[in-house]
Design a protein around this ligand. Structure first.
Ligand code: ADP
Length: 189
């Protein structure tokens, strides 16, 4: 009975993550169908420190995580080098397509028209193994992971589909709520 009660009162990752019900959806990058212009605008319009990368808006399959500062730098560097790049160039953030004898050709997105500007390859700035927990993970476990692994953020998924994000500050707010304290007064490390 005791064990059951504990489970009932435990907050799950699903309840601590963003977006909460009624909030705007996550600000996401897709692995190979966004243009330089779209990525620039996303970085300009959002204040978040990082953006999950998904396979597509339909699948929401988690591919990686890109930090805002790395994206900003990479876009600045790319504009300086120019090299046939313009706002309509595609940005490649996901792993290359499965290799074949003609890997260098087939690894580019099939949707890329032949006459389009060359794509901008930014795979190297994407963390392709970001830490993720299931939405049913108890927040006690998530807090432990943040402490022990020194995480800045953790993604929340269900069956590989991205649902949300929990940042270190979200964890601090969660702990403060539990303790009914000011988040700043909680020692994290
Ligand atoms: P911090 O929590 O340290 O301020 P962020 O600025 O990245 O870090 O995040 C601010 C808030 O927005 C957090 O509550 C977080 O859960 C949420 N958040 C973080 N990244 C995203 C994102 N890409 N899309 C939507 N919400 C996000």
């Amino acid at each position: 009975l005791e064990a059951k009660e504990e489970v009932t009162h435990t907050t799950l990752a699903a309840h601590a993550m963003h977006p909460r019900p009624g909030e705007p959806p996550l600000t996401l990058l897709t692995q190979e169908d966004m243009t330089v212009g779209e990525v620039r605008q996303l970085v300009r319009d959002s204040t978040c420190n990082g953006f999950p990368v998904v396979a597509s808006r339909e699948s929401h399959r988690l591919i990686g995580f890109a930090l805002r500062r790395d994206l900003t730098l990479a876009l600045e560097n790319a504009s300086e080098r120019a090299e046939g790049l313009d706002d309509s160039s595609l940005v490649l953030l996901g792993p290359p397509r499965a290799g074949t004898a003609r890997a260098s050709v087939t690894s580019e997105p099939l949707s890329c028209p032949l006459h389009a500007a060359r794509p901008l390859k930014l795979r190297s700035i994407v963390d392709d193994a970001p830490l993720a927990v299931s939405d049913r993970t108890p927040m006690d476990t998530v807090v432990d992971m943040f402490r022990k692994l020194g995480l800045r953020q953790c993604l929340v998924t269900r069956n590989g589909r991205l649902l949300g994000i929990i940042t270190k500050k979200d964890v601090l707010r969660h702990m403060a709520q539990l303790a009914n304290e000011d988040p700043k007064s909680i020692m994290f490390n």
